[in-house]
Design a protein around this ligand. Structure first.
Ligand code: FES
Length: 77
């Protein structure tokens, strides 16, 4: 049995209940700037402590989406 299916996704933004999956979904749905991501999810609009982690998640998801478009492998240096 895959136990991960029983786990709730970890929220990056606790105030607005935004998970990594929500970020992935928003980027796939056309949030190509951080401002658009915030407009879609309302992440970072509460206490603001999640800003750095949310921005990092956004950049990673955008990078993944770009790699899928170009067929390149995303390398981190
Ligand atoms: S944790 Fe994201 S705004 Fe508070």
């Amino acid at each position: 049995m895959d136990l991960s299916c029983l786990m709730r996704p970890r929220k990056i933004c606790l105030c607005k209940c935004v998970s990594r999956a929500d970020v992935t979904e928003a980027v796939a749905g056309g949030a190509d700037t951080f401002r658009k991501l915030i407009e879609k999810t309302h992440a970072t609009t509460g206490c603001g402590t999640c800003y750095q982690e949310m921005y990092a998640a956004f950049r990673e998801e955008k990078e993944k989406a770009a790699c899928q478009l170009t067929g390149q492998i995303g390398l981190k240096f």
